[in-house]
Design a protein around this ligand. Sequence first.
Ligand code: ADP
Length: 669
Amino acid sequence: MKRKEHSAFVSTNKERCRVCYTCVRECPAKAIRISDGQAELLAERCISCGNCVRVCSQDAKELVRTKDEVERIISENQKVAAIIAPSFAAEFYDVKYDRFVGMLRALGFSFVNEVAFGADLVSREYRKLLLSTKEGRWIATTCPAIVTYIEKYSPDLVPNLAPIVSPMIATARVLKRLHGQDLKIVFIGPCIAKKVEASSSLVEGEIDGAITFLELREMFGEHGIKSDAVKPTDFDPPHANIGMVYPISGGMLQTAKIGEDLVSGEAVRAEGRTRFLEAIKEFENGQLDARLLEVLCCEGCIMGAGMTTKEQEFKRRSRISKYVRDCLKYRNQGQWEKDMVYFADLDLRRSFERDDKRVGIITPDIDLRPILERMGKKSESDFLNCGACGYDTCLDHAMSIYRGLAEDEMCLPYTIEKLRQTNEELEKSNSKLSDTQQQLVQSERLASMAQMATGIAHEVNNPLGVVLMYAHMLKDQCKDNKQLDEDLGMIVEQADRCKKIVSGLLNFARQNQVAFESVDLNEIVEKGLQIVERPKNIAAEITNQMENPYCELDKDQMVQVLVNLISNAYAAMPDGGKLTITTGGNDFQVWFSITDTGIGIPKENMPKLFQPFFTTKKMGKGTGLGLAVTYGIVKMHRGDIKVTSNADLSKGPTGTTFTVSIPRAGRRE
Ligand code: ADP
């Protein structure tokens, strides 16, 4: 079976993958890279143990099918043998074994053989290996995932790999001796790693195809092959004996009659993802003193990733045991012994080669500090070693980032911190956005009011001028009539008041001219403060934070702004308080803020503040034009006015601050 260079037999379904890092955590070979937030299998690192398939709760890891190749082999060749792993009894327990064999023949296989016979032969070789010499420490090579693991990640142990073929290869060699070298052989079993073994260049041409029980079930379905519609037949000879227990953990040692002797410590077995890693590590550093180490990636082949049964481990074991018991009752022991003698001279040797893919060695020339600091790991207490990233330690994680196998985001504490920061920034920009939105609505509303105000002011201004002129003329003519003189005085006074209102409206609507001149802002502030009479119970203070107080603005208009704001501030402190004026600036802007400790502005009034005629003052006390005019003047200067206020004592001291900022250079039209 030929394999494309570095093609993996497991793939990731990106839509299903939720990037939980379980596969990263559970991969004994660290062959899963997280790249752009997606789990990606690295074929050159993968040992095809199928652990990731088993542990993925989202079914995002899928077996790569090779059954099309098998269909092709069957259709193109006369003689094709299916060799069946003994774990079939735990998978196809719902079908009588002779029916199962019949179904395989219905698929087109000319021979259907048990790999368990190969297991019998291989076991004899292990026994011979151990008995031939007292020297040598061996690792059993029946589990292909373990073999690949050692070649890649413990290459110094390659010489310790027992130089014996697997039961699959042994069975293939048996059948080729019996039926000729042109026989095509397809292995069917519970294991994905068998596909890797079958495609290894060191056993090239021995196995033509390898599929899992999952694929076999699919083939039965596709061909519509049902167990009750086929002719029941037995497996083709040679038949197996105790080798049928191989798929149960410890099966090999039992078959080879090598006791896991606790006293002599001759043989030790370990299985499962963590146990096998520990055993290999201890074997490598000499702590595990055994002559034969039988290690399996899964808890026995019955737990292989190519099985579809959902039954638990012990149920599967009992299915195998029962099958073996039943079979051995009618199997011809004498014939088996003859077969074993017949194949005694069959060459069952093989070799292995180093394929060093280790990445975890941290040498002094590798500086992991920048990576660790990036993830907020600066002192010892930051090294949580929580394992959430899929790596045992923070250092292992950093090393994998260094090698391009992992990403910073896999560190949970780091990601949580980053998320918190992003959240904070988002909240800030959100509130900024809503402020800006409110301001926009406000300025739109004020702009439409300004348009109306301009219209009214222009219309009223001319007739008002005429009224004033005639009133003055009449007043001059009626000087002698006291009563008339007084009445006309009243008309003039009220018409003057109307004129001021109209002028205010024009200011609000930015219809007046701005006479820019270079001024000292501090002088203007002081002037504003002098003009408004300060109630005795109010203290006033100016804080100057300006290095350069010079700026360009319309002096009179800005004094008007200050007068308006200071008057309002005094009015808001009927029981006394403090007024603070702060000035400041930079290269581009100058600003002043007026803060009072008054009653504050209720939230619901805030949006209406700058509207003309909005007032909370008693009739005759306020026109509601002060802030509208202020707003107009500030805008005519291309400036900005902001207000913050608290009117709720339960939230802290009440008071208001108006801040006016305007460009330092003014704007000459
Ligand atoms: P007027 O002073 O004629 O009422 P303004 O436009 O100057 O008109 O002010 C409008 C309203 O804004 C005031 O009536 C008052 O309710 C509120 N206001 C303005 N400045 C302050 C302040 N410093 N503290 C509390 N309320 C204020």
